[in-house]
Design a protein around this ligand. Structure first.
Ligand code: ADP
Length: 230
């Protein structure tokens, strides 16, 4: 898969041949770039309003992920609805998880799982369309899992220290429920490679996803760590 180019110098007294070998990014020898994944990440309106764009980008950047696309938009209601409808089971599953939570607390509700889930979805649409957001595509080995780890659990109150949601905000389900609003947790990150592909296609045109080689990948994915010494 190498591309070889030969250049003959006519200006030197002796014939001189320079051999240039270039490689497409994913076929560089001695690099193991297996299980490369892309993930769609959104810095939600509270992240922008809290001036946390730089901090959040830094977290994904410093682990070695590659930023392929980035833009700032104010999502429309239609975009937000499409974004959160990539999993058609989401509403019912969310409603069921709330009923489970109620049961564990000894509480009951007259609402169905569908109604409870739909209410969460409605408040979520209101939240995500309330102001500018930053939409990004990140790529790297096991990017989906890695980004979810760095992002932290859904509820900031219980998400781990060291994660974005755990370190930079304080919201809880209890406070969100009391105000009948979505829990404010700064970031959205794709849950699976399939979800990521649907979400990326929703927010970006193919030509907006840049293809380039990041120098850091040379050390992150190099098999033998050769080529360091002069
Ligand atoms: P995650 O964003 O961690 O993947 P979900 O896909 O379950 O979580 O939910 C999407 C978003 O909906 C969450 O990030 C959060 O803003 C909001 N949300 C989820 N569950 C609740 C809930 N029980 N109460 C209020 N808001 C919620």
């Amino acid at each position: 898969m190498h591309r070889q180019t030969s250049i003959y110098s006519k200006t030197l007294s002796r014939p001189f041949k320079l051999l240039i070998i270039s490689h497409p990014t994913d076929t560089i020898p001695n690099m193991n770039k297996s299980n490369q994944q892309q993930s769609l990440v959104i810095i939600k309106p509270d992240g922008v309003q809290r001036s946390l764009i730089g901090e959040i980008v830094k977290r994904y950047e410093r682990v070695g992920l590659k930023l392929l696309a980035m833009k700032m938009v104010i999502p429309t209601i239609q975009q937000a609805r499409q974004h959160y409808s990539s999993d058609p089971q989401w509403v019912v599953k969310k409603g069921q998880s709330i009923i489970e939570k109620f049961k564990a607390q000894g509480k009951t509700t007259s609402l169905t799982d569908q109604q409870l889930g739909q209410n969460i979805l409605d408040t979520l649409i209101k939240y995500i369309t309330s102001g500018p957001v930053v939409v990004m595509v990140w790529q790297g080995t096991n990017a989906i899992k890695l980004i979810r780890k760095i992002t932290g659990g859904t509820e900031p109150l219980t998400s781990d220290v060291g994660t974005i949601r755990g370190d930079y905000t304080l919201d809880s389900y209890q406070n969100a429920d009391m105000d009948n609003r979505s829990v404010r947790n700064l970031v959205h990150a794709s849950g699976s490679p399939e979800e990521a592909q649907t979400e990326i296609a929703l927010w970006f045109k193919p030509e907006e996803i840049l293809k380039y080689r990041l120098i850091a990948e040379q050390i992150l994915y190099d098999i033998n760590l050769d080529g360091i010494l002069e």
